[in-house]
Design a binder for this molecule. Structure first.
Ligand SMILES: NC(=O)c1ccc[n+]([C@@H]2O[C@H](COP(=O)([O-])OP(=O)(O)OC[C@H]3O[C@@H](n4cnc5c(N)ncnc54)[C@H](O)[C@@H]3O)[C@@H](O)[C@H]2O)c1
Length: 330
């Protein structure tokens, strides 16, 4: 990276000023001047106005207006809308040479995800990334380093639970298949599936069993089995919206087990095969959004791409797995 590139402030356009628009704006603001929010778009004008007011940005009702008005100024767009409305924004941004970071899941269907990959392939010089933030959880990196170094011996299983209790989820867009693509598997389990492919180097869906609470809506819970074509390791993934909260990543080896519990954010737990329990201090997972944003804006500024930043192709691999798992659950 040249000095000029290193000191440039990346101007971001946030599209979708809801929960994640806010999270990414805060992540950008934490980077000490590396990035700023220049524009905010939301179909709901008052949401755009509010976030724009808080960040010192200009509010717009649609992305095309923002891209046209901030021509020459905007470096990147961060897409934080529901998944079904990605393509027009990605196409307009890439066509104007503007980088794109797309929140998970990449899209609500495999077909839509494929079209986004085709767009990214058509503009190879413009940075594109899928926002799979758990790759930037420090404990995840620690688990990967420890297993590579043989800390728990040969890995025999990867386990994950991302589950919580949101009783009214059946009335939210996240469970509307036309908007989100399904239910708990695509909405929450997409994080799990990406984390598996990231930690185990590949993702092959085997089968899933769904729990269905609401008629006409996506599944309220999903239990999935996947396999790594790279290591042969099995992944057991549990996602649900109607159960007590658990956020756990577990690696089981012949010599020991590593467990990260997101509710004990600064501790990684290790149990040896003899039953000896030890703890390892780690940085909190709270840093994951800022670390992901930093990797993205550094790439947009012309620096080398952080290999941990998920690609659109990674997002498509997750979309393919979701489609196959959902098919098996029917
Ligand atoms: N990485 C994570 O941990 C994480 C957590 C939650 C959500 N997400 C993802 O982030 C995305 C946004 O989720 P959220 O929780 O912020 O949702 P949200 O409902 O809080 O916000 C979405 C916003 O998008 C706006 N919107 C809808 N359609 C639009 C359009 N066509 N143009 C412009 N704005 C539009 C809505 O008005 C709303 O303000 C989703 O893809 C979701 O799956 C990621």
């Amino acid at each position: 990276m040249t000095m000029a590139e290193a000191t440039k402030t990346i101007n971001l356009g946030i599209v979708g000023a809801g929960g994640m628009g806010r999270t990414h704006s805060a992540a950008a603001a934490s980077l000490g001047g590396k990035a700023r929010v220049a524009g905010v778009v939301d179909a709901n004008r008052s949401a755009a106005d509010t976030l724009a007011g808080e960040t010192g940005a200009t509010a717009f009702e649609n992305a095309a207006d923002m891209i046209a008005s901030l021509e020459g100024e905007l470096d990147a767009v961060v897409l934080c809308t529901p998944p079904s409305v990605r393509e027009d924004v990605v196409s307009a941004a890439l066509g104007s040479g503007i980088a794109v970071l797309v929140e998970k899941p990449l899209a609500e269907t495999r077909e839509h995800a494929q079209r986004l990959v085709d767009l990214a392939d058509a503009f190879p010089d413009v940075v594109t990334a899928s926002a799979y933030c758990h790759r930037f959880t420090p404990a995840v990196r620690e688990m990967m380093e420890r297993t590579s170094a043989g800390d728990i011996g040969r890995v025999v299983r990867w386990e994950n639970v991302f589950a919580c209790s949101i009783p009214d989820m059946g009335g939210k867009w996240m469970s509307d298949p036309d908007v989100s693509g399904g239910g708990s598997l695509i909405d929450t389990g997409c994080h799990s599936l990406d984390l598996f492919q990231y930690m185990q180097g590949g993702l092959e869906p085997v089968a899933a069993v769904f729990d269905r609470k609401w008629s006409g809506r996506g599944e309220s819970g999903a239990t999935s089995l996947v396999r790594s074509p790279n290591t042969g390791v099995a992944g057991v993934i549990m996602n649900g919206w109607l159960e007590p909260a658990r956020f756990l990543v577990t690696l089981v080896g012949e010599e020991g087990i590593l467990i990260y519990d997101y509710e004990q954010p600064e501790t990684l737990f290790r149990t040896s095969v003899a039953g000896e329990k030890t703890t390892i201090a780690v940085e909190t997972h709270d840093v994951r959004f800022a670390r992901q944003m930093e990797a993205f804006v550094d790439a947009v500024a012309g620096g080398p791409r952080d290999e941990n930043l998920a690609t659109f192709a990674d997002g498509l691999a997750v979309a393919r797995a979701v489609e196959a798992l959902a098919g098996s659950a029917r």
